[in-house]
Design a protein around this ligand. Sequence first.
Ligand code: CUA
Length: 338
Amino acid sequence: MRRSQILTLAGLGTLAGGIAAAVAVLLPWLPSPASREAGRIDFVFWFVTVICIVIFAIVIAALLYSIINFRAAPDDDSDGPPTHGHTGLEIWWTLIPTLLVTAIGVVSAIVLAKDDRVGKNYLHVNVTAQQFAWSFTYPSGKNMTTGVLRVPVNKSLLLTFTSKDVIHSFWVPQWGQKQDTVPGIHPTLHITPDKVGRYPIICTELCGLGHATMRTWAIVMTQAAFDKWLKGQSAATSSSNTAVSGKAVFTNNGCGACHTLSAAGATAKVGPDLDKLPQWATQAKQPLQQFVQTSITDPNAYVQPGFPKNVMPMTFKSLPKDQLDALVQYLIQSSKKG
Ligand code: CUA
């Protein structure tokens, strides 16, 4: 090969690699990681991306060079010269990809093993998914349950998942991992949040009509703020055992993901507007209390005109009686106010 040919190839390769590198670096493809695991996953992503950019540059250089220099004349219908294989080239283009793919495999395996290592000192949270809400139970906080996930920063977090109905999937983009929640099994996910902040929790598996509304927040706090919050919440939980708060039942069961209820600050429109319950009960020709209770425990018995059947989950008939009563009273009082 002549010196000028090598220079042309190198120039084309640099151009192609430069454009690919700019597309990779300048566009925000990934959210900035907020967990140690996400940081490692990003490393694998960039490791693979750099390899891809180098190979892309070489391939594009050879392709463009060939298109420019070896193009047949428009009226040239003759066959090309016969060529044989090139043993040296074939050894190299087998050996190099083998080494690269093996390296990617080894790096990925190390990151997977590290990301799964929970260690001894971790916070355990049980995550329950149902159409169309998330709830979080803290075994270390007297099994207190919330609708927003609060966790301390820089501490291992072990999430154990339960689904009450269909397959959902837990995803916090900044934490870099997803986990399907599958009815009948209890998968786990290990995360070490390393930045204080507020991150969206998204259901990323199509789970029904309210799938898009199945969102909440993960709030990462300092250890001190978290301890204070957990202590306050679990004290409130144990002192209110005798008087269950209907609002807490509403929030923890995710009713606000589908319904509007001003008293709870809920504005969703998947299901009927709960501020207008007295009006709907009259329309259904049922006493208000009976109407509200049946709509929760047996949602298909009467469906509000204009809304489809089988969207309201059937799972609420398993609510403990005190919680159900509190919820019914809360809805009746809130809707009368509204
Ligand atoms: Cu739950 Cu989508």
